[in-house]
Write a protein that binds this ligand. Structure first.
Ligand code: ATP
Length: 631
């Protein structure tokens, strides 16, 4: 049998490769080193707990950051478990060897409240992204000798004995010189370090402390002096880890405004701790208004992602579905790794599970709000209803079951927003379809000639005022087996059998007149008919099945609009005086009626909100009529 051999790796090249490719942002080195310091403190705390060592309390442990501008040196110091010679060799001399991972595996679940972060054994090397030389001075708890591990990566590392007063580890980073592209000096700036700690390590549960220079007013004088204060930079306990009963609405509001740069309080807060195959905490917010850039390309959806309180990334877009892209917030999971990258995110099974749960959570919150707090829901819908409608449309109706009951439309009868369900519940027994009409605004739709008769017969109509509305209904097709019906399109079928018969008779006896009008309008209309859907108005224009007028307008506004046209049918009210007038003119002068055909058609176009082809011709014909009336 052939010998089995180990893969060999050129460790220097592997290190270079790793330093330059694992992390996109150099600044995360600080997060990695602080996480290691926190792990080391946890390990000591755990040891003290399990071996009943007196004199070590969690409250005494802290992480110190020291800036030494003269030596271009940044130090991260912990009072944790420390490393002996062998451990320095194993953990820092071997890439991808994680002492923390071994430690975590050896822990019995639930044995102590420790929150080990490290698991891959690569984070430490991120220090070389900003430092040309790194020193690790460490003394293991309970041992006499301290050691110094040194490396500038080019020719490996050295380990020597070193006199270090107490247990724990001090990492000294000698920062690289600035280049044209990179400013390494920023890591010597107190405020920049403070910013990075706040951004990435705010919730590490040991205090991260540093000397900060501030100016203070002198006592009894107007002069200022520079003073050095030893400050804690992190807030330690994340809001989402605090027991819910201890958090006030005010706490949530302040947290939201501060973290997500909003001036207004959120409309809704969802705070959850989930335990199970995957455990996580989530804190989600629905803003009260859409951000300025919400309906533009600039808006980026996503939730902040934390692993054990340590920040991994802003805007993890995989965590919220497109139709709920207005939700802001964060997810913190102990089951995720710090080294997760954007590319890995898309394939991460754990993350997919979290995303599914988050979607369900938002969905049920909205359903609950709609049921229990209608006013608030309507406020929400005013801000983000459009997003839900786009959700239906963009998914080609696949989200029908999830979203249809969250939609609201203006109801002509109720004069307020209602759901499909409310519409259907109030439907007349013999009503087969859900009626709707589209237009620019509720007021304009209300004035459409066709609306009058439908309302008069006691049917409710939903008014559609957003461009996406008709497309959304088209994707939904029906609700509880009731199809959606545009009252301005095709046959309406709202008349009784008797009325139908009567209409047929009128159509038949005026066949010649209607034919003549149709001929006069040539290709402009598909048909001219007497109407059953008009009450007081003389004419209306309806579209044939397929594309409606509103769709025609929207489609033609698009950059690649292909001049789509809805089929036009001119309908004349047989009970209007105009019809009697047409009949008598037709008897006297067949040619004359052709002039009136274009007048009626143009009127109908104007009512529908279209422009007319020949406004001058239209105006001349109106004037001629007036002159004639005076003869
Ligand atoms: N400050 C420290 N005190 C004690 N041990 C440390 C310290 N920093 C690093 N170590 C040891 O070195 C190991 C390697 O650290 P490194 O940051 O490379 O990886 P990690 O923290 O285990 O995992 P990750 O890559 O996920 O951060 C750690 O697991 C730990 O055992």
């Amino acid at each position: 049998m052939a010998d089995k051999k180990q893969f060999k790796a050129e460790s220097q090249r592997l290190l270079d490769l790793m330093i330059n490719s694992i992390y996109t942002h150099k600044e995360i080195f600080l997060r990695e080193l602080i996480s290691n310091a926190s792990d080391a403190s946890d390990k000591l705390y755990y040891k003290a707990l399990t071996e009943k060592i007196n004199g070590i309390s969690r409250d005494d442990l802290s992480i110190q950051i020291v800036i030494n501008k003269d030596h271009r040196m940044l130090s991260i110091i912990d009072q944790g478990i420390g490393m002996n010679e062998q451990e320095l060799e194993e953990h820092l001399g071997t890439i991808a060897n994680s002492g923390s991972f071994e430690f975590k595996n050896a822990l019995e679940k639930g044995e102590a409240d420790v929150d080990i972060i490290g698991q891959f054994g690569v984070g430490f090397y991120s220090a070389f992204m900003v430092a040309h030389k790194v020193e690790v001075i460490s003394k293991k708890y309970g041992e006499d000798k301290g050691y110094i591990w040194e490396s500038d990566t080019s020719d490996g590392y050295t380990i020597q004995e070193f006199d270090y007063p107490s247990h724990g580890t001090r990492i000294n980073l000698y920062l690289k010189e600035n280049t044209d592209d990179e400013n390494y000096d920023q890591y010597l700036d107190e405020y920049e370090i403070q910013r990075l700690v706040k951004k990435y390590s705010d919730y590490v549960h040991y205090p991260i402390e540093m000397d900060m220079t501030t100016s203070k007013k002198k006592e009894d004088s107007d002069e200022y002096e520079q003073v050095i204060e030893h400050r804690t930079l992190n807030s330690m306990v994340p809001l989402w880890k605090r027991p819910k009963k201890d958090i006030t609405q005010e706490d949530y509001n302040e947290f939201y405004k501060d973290k997500f740069n909003d001036f207004s309080d959120p409309l809704c807060v969802m705070h959850n701790s989930v335990e199970g195959t995957i455990s996580y905490d989530s804190l989600l917010f629905i803003p009260s208004q859409p951000p300025m850039n919400y309906y533009s390309q600039d808006y980026e959806k996503g939730l902040q992602l934390y692993s054990r309180g340590v920040f991994i990334m802003d805007k993890a877009s995989e965590l919220v579905p497109e139709h709920f892209r207005f939700v802001k917030g964060l997810v913190d999971s102990q089951d995720l790794s710090l080294n997760i990258s954007r590319e890995m995110l898309q394939h991460d099974r754990q993350l997919k599970l979290i995303a599914d749960k988050i979607e369900k959570r938002i969905q049920s919150e909205l359903e609950k709000m709609l049921k229990n707090d209608r006013e608030k829901y309507e406020e929400f819908f005013k801000s983000f209803g459009l997003q839900l409608k786009f959700g239906v449309y963009n998914s080609y109706g696949m989200l029908k079951d999830k979203l249809q009951d969250l939609l609201l439309f203006y109801s002509a009868n109720n004069k307020k927003m209602i759901t499909f369900n409310e519409y259907v519940e109030a439907m007349k027994e013999d009503q087969k379809e859900i009626y709707f009409a589209s237009g620019e605004s509720v007021e304009k739709i209300d004035h459409l000639p066709t609306v009058e008769m439908v309302k008069d017969k006691g049917f409710d109509i939903l008014y559609l005022t957003d461009n996406v509305d008709e497309f959304c209904l088209q994707m939904l097709r029906d609700y509880k087996e009731k199809a959606f019906k545009n009252i301005n399109q095709g046959d309406l079928d709202i008349e009784s059998d008797e009325e139908k018969k009567e209409l047929e008779k009128v159509n038949e006896s005026n066949k010649d007149l209607l034919e003549t009008l149709k001929e006069a309008l040539k290709d402009q209309v598909q048909d001219v008919k007497v109407s059953s859907r008009l009450k007081s108005h003389p004419v209306c224009l309806v579209s044939g099945e397929g594309v409606s007028f509103e769709m025609e307008k929207v489609l033609n506004q698009m950059p690649d609009g292909q001049n789509i046209k809805a089929g036009r049918i001119l309908e004349i009210n047989p009970n209007h005086q105009i019809f009697t007038a047409l009949q008598s003119i037709f008897e006297k002068d067949k040619e004359k009626v052709k002039d009136y055909a274009s007048l009626l058609y143009d009127q109908a176009l104007l009512i529908e909100g279209f422009t007319i082809d020949d406004p001058v011709g239209f105006s001349n014909k109106v004037c001629a009529l007036m002159v004639e009336a005076n003869k």
